[in-house]
Every structure is written in C-alpha cells, then in structure tokens.
Design a protein around this ligand. Structure first.
Ligand code: SF4
Ligand code: SF4
Length: 159
C-alpha cells in the first residue's frame, strides 16, 4: 500500500500553528478545550488562532488527533487563507498556494473542490450573506469576494 506523504515529511505544516482561520463551529468542535495553549483573535463568526506553545495542540506524535474533524483550512492545505478583509459591503478572502510542502501537487484539492470549500467557509463565517456563487478565473492570488449588497459570493481564482 502506498504510504501517505505526510508520514515521512520532515516539515510538519502543523508546527508552528500561526493564524489558522476557523469558523465558530470549527473552533467549538476541535479547539475550545485547548484555549490554554492558544492565542485567539475573535472576529465573531470566525476566529484566527495561533499556538502559544509552537505546534497545533491537536498535533501529537506528528499526527493530527482530530483528522476526520479538522477545520476547512486544514483540509484546504496546501492552499492557505491569507487574509479575510471585511470592508463596507464587501468581504474579500485571499487564498494562496505558496508553500514548501513537498507533496503539494499530490495533496492539493481539485479547483472545483477548493472553490466549494472556501465558499462553504464563507457561508458559515458570514451567515447573513448567501449565496449564489459565481466563479471567475483570475491570476493568483485567489480572491473570493463576498458582496453583502448583492447577497452573492463571487469567487475569482486560478488555484
Ligand atoms: S501536508 Fe505537506 S508539509 Fe504538511 S506534513 Fe504533509 S507533506 Fe509535510
Ligand atoms: S487541527 Fe490537525 S490538521 Fe489542523 S493544524 Fe491542527 S494538527 Fe494540523
């Protein structure tokens, strides 16, 4: 059986944990009992978390202890949510695929899957916004624009 590339990776991408974006529901599910090891920026329906001890508190012996329940941004990797910028009636989410992950090409989700994952994240993070999704190809970095006025997500990407 083929070995998973993470099993032999020397660069564990969960250590250090810096600035992971999670929805409130994701936080409650896998991080709420580990707040003593986290620095947390609470933005309401979504949070940005970093480890105060280095590695993600869900990492043990090099393995994620909540793998089947891990948050969307963990599933999205090797893509990363860089910024979420609410501004007036628009929220912009920038996603990039710049990483040293040696298995990047093997692990990255299909473009349509990545679109759906980021859109689902936004649906949870901004529940008052919903949700026709328009996908437009654009150069990197990926930009997902959420328009409150139009009540429409516009996802612009070439992942
Ligand atoms: S996702 Fe990439 S960087 Fe992270 S542990 Fe696996 S192979 Fe290493
Ligand atoms: S929840 Fe799991 S996959 Fe996500 S950063 Fe922590 S250890 Fe890594």
């Amino acid at each position: 059986m083929e070995q998973h590339p993470c099993a032999t990776c020397r660069d564990n991408c969960c250590a250090p944990l810096r600035g992971l974006k999670v929805t409130r529901a994701e936080f409650d599910r896998v991080f709420s009992d580990k707040v003593d090891r986290l620095s947390i920026i609470d933005n309401g329906d979504w949070l940005q978390i970093s480890s105060t001890t280095g590695a993600c508190p869900n990492l043990r012996d090099g393995l994620c202890q909540v793998y089947d329940d891990r948050p969307m941004e963990c599933r999205l990797f090797p893509y990363t949510i860089e910024t979420i910028t609410p501004r007036d009636q628009v929220v912009q989410v920038y996603v990039h695929g710049s990483t040293h992950c040696p298995a990047r090409e093997q692990l990255k989700p299909a473009v349509t899957t990545a679109h759906a994952m980021v859109s689902d994240f936004c649906a949870d993070a901004f529940p008052h916004l919903s949700a026709d999704i328009t996908i437009i190809d654009r150069p990197n970095p990926v930009a997902l624009r959420v328009s409150r006025a139009a009540r429409r997500f516009r996802l612009a990407t070439t992942l």
